[in-house]
Design a binder for this molecule. Sequence first.
Ligand SMILES: [Zn+2]
Length: 132
Amino acid sequence: MIDSCNSSDDGSDSSRDYEAEFKYIEKRFPNAEFCVSIDVSKLKEYLTDEKEIIIKQQFSCGCYLRYDDMFLDNNTHLRPPNNYFIIKNDNMTIENILDELIKQKMTTDCDHHFLEGFEKETDIQWGLCFGS
Ligand SMILES: [Zn+2]
């Protein structure tokens, strides 16, 4: 787990026990190289009935320049090509998908390492939604 995972909560929302959720997530996914920022209550929900799906990781945030951007300097990175993860599981729950992404070493290189959810793109493909 990367160090900055615990930094986003300013404590202003008292309706949920974010600290307890964070601790649970930390224990549940000790080897994650990204921050799981998904409601604990949603982890056991099924994303789909499919047994094999594709998860797409797109580097679309402002941390990366598009290949056609003109102003490159040492602080910017060219946008890498998309990553695709093939997920095979009889029970395509959110937590099983996360386990599989962790096993396949899914990681993020920029400030947007809070995985907030999945966005359906086709019947068998979902994109990853990251926040900072
Ligand atoms: Zn970013």
